[in-house]
Design a protein around this ligand. Structure first.
Ligand code: C2O
Ligand code: CU
Length: 464
């Protein structure tokens, strides 16, 4: 019951949101029931046609799930879709069997069946959930939601404001553009870039924020492939967490904050005192800005909190790099790339043959998730992955079950990088990330630009 009550309390503060963001129903046995099925969503402006989507709990985004740090969390997933699916708990350093990767950590859940997910999240913060089976299609159709793991001693904010951003490709009448789902052009270029941005599944919502209050923005990018650059504009505050993990508060400057697909970022924002006024939330896109939401300043909050530092999660302060396992990861392929051949399902294919099979990318000369892991490492050892982006495209590299830290970028050492589960790499970037391989199991490592993932940018590693 606690989950519901807490959600309700947060919900009260957020009551003026344009659309209720409710928590999922709790069953008699303590499981949250999460159903994936076809639904309709008002992605376009009110009064415009609705969009047929696939959704968790009949809405986009799905219900905000709130777990508590260090306490068991139970979700019963019901697949009422027409194709197999799973749920992946993105960014959670989870027990491997609960990671939700179809055909690696579990069999995909067939239509009409269900699966119990039970796990104890070690870290508090902002996470999200989505399918890990035909993700490029299922996510594009609307299957995603936010997973919030509450701190044991949560700092008080006047408002907790989850904002899930998404970039959709819609037809003129507001339908999901199905004809271009998974097409080769997207796969070999920047992925499925859309033409319609929503915030919490609505276009240009008006969101009430308390005058003078301190608001925790929880931003997540659920786009298939678009990197969203948020302009701080009139947001006065600090970055307090990245990919769920607390960071030393960093002032929001004037530069846009990049949120790559799957990444999250938390801000602590001090709302101006000017009751009745409003200001936009804006993305930088190419040479212009687009406004994606309006923040309306409502009556003053009756509390005032100045502590924005989040309590730390149990990640190590130090890693032993001297005894680390060093692994190279050469990323190749895509349009304007130099990939000549790669092995696919054990067969060496020319780039032409690969493309005929719908693939365009390779890691270390292998396209698609191989039978053998990229590396196997004994539990507890530090791993350094040297990722070389030898393609003409950016990539959002995601590690399952672990958070990683950049230690070197383009030949220069990096001190004090944040822990991330998804790292954005620009074309020709070479970065080294280090992480303690402390979570046993089979873990995926892939590009979270989902058309790249399905077209070859996927591998896995094993911690034994
Ligand atoms: Cu968010 Cu492997 O995924
Ligand atoms: Cu990519």
């Amino acid at each position: 019951m606690l989950l519901n009550r807490r959600t309700l309390l947060h919900g009260l503060g957020a009551a003026a949101l344009s659309k209720p963001l409710l928590s999922a129903a709790l069953a008699y046995d303590g499981f949250i029931e999460l159903r994936a099925r076809e639904a309709e969503a008002q992605l376009l402006a009110e009064g415009e046609p609705k969009t047929k989507v696939w959704a968790y709990g009949d809405r986009v985004p799905g219900p905000i799930l709130r777990a508590r740090q260090g306490e068991p969390f139970k979700v019963r997933f019901h697949n009422q879709l027409s194709q197999p699916s799973t749920v992946h708990w993105h960014g959670i350093r989870i027990e491997n069997a609960m990671d939700g990767v179809a055909n690696l950590t579990q069999a995909p859940v067939p239509p009409g069946e269900s699966f119990n997910y039970i796990f104890t999240p070690p870290d508090a913060g902002t996470y999200w959930y989505h399918p890990h089976s035909r993700t490029w299609e299922q996510l594009a159709r609307g299957l995603y939601g936010m997973l919030i793991v509450e701190e044991e001693n949560a700092p008080a904010f006047d408002l907790d404001l989850p904002l899930m951003l998404d970039d959709w490709r819609l037809t003129d009448d507001g339908a999901i553009d199905e004809t271009t789902l998974g097409n080769m052009m997207d796969k070999s270029h920047a992925g499925r870039l859309g033409n319609w941005v929503t915030v919490n599944g609505t276009s240009y919502p008006k969101i009430s924020v308390p005058a003078g209050g301190l608001v925790r923005f929880r931003l997540a990018n659920a786009s298939n492939a678009r990197v969203l650059d948020l302009k701080p504009g009139r947001l006065n505050g600090q970055i307090i967490a990245i990919d769920g993990q607390p960071v030393k508060p960093m002032e929001l400057g004037s530069d846009p904050v990049s949120i790559a697909p799957a990444q999250r970022i938390d801000f602590a924002v001090r709302i101006p005192e000017t009751e009745g006024s409003s200001f936009p939330l804006e993305l930088a896109m190419r040479d212009r800005g687009i406004e994606i939401a309006e923040l309306k300043i409502t009556e003053k909050a009756d509390t005032s909190h100045y502590k924005v530092t989040l309590p730390p999660n149990p990640l190590p302060l130090d890693m032993d790099l001297t005894t680390a396992l060093n692994v190279d990861l050469r990323m190749e392929g895509g349009a304007m790339g130099s990939l000549q051949q790669a092995s696919y399902k054990g067969e060496l294919l020319t780039i032409r043959e690969l493309v005929r099979k719908g693939n365009a990318w390779a890691f270390n000369g292998v396209s698609g998730r191989p039978d053998k892991p990229l590396f196997t490492v004994k539990r507890g050892r530090t791993v350094i992955v040297n990722m070389m982006n030898e393609t003409a495209w950016p990539h959002a590299m995601h590690f399952h079950g672990h958070h990683v830290k950049v230690i070197e970028r383009n030949g220069k050492p990096v001190a004090d990088a944040p822990w991330r589960d998804t790292e954005l790499m620009q074309r020709n970037d070479q970065i080294q990330v280090a992480f303690p391989a402390d979570n046993p199991g089979k873990w995926m490592l892939h590009c979270h630009m989902l058309e790249h993932q399905v077209a070859g940018m996927a591998t896995w590693f094993e911690v034994i």
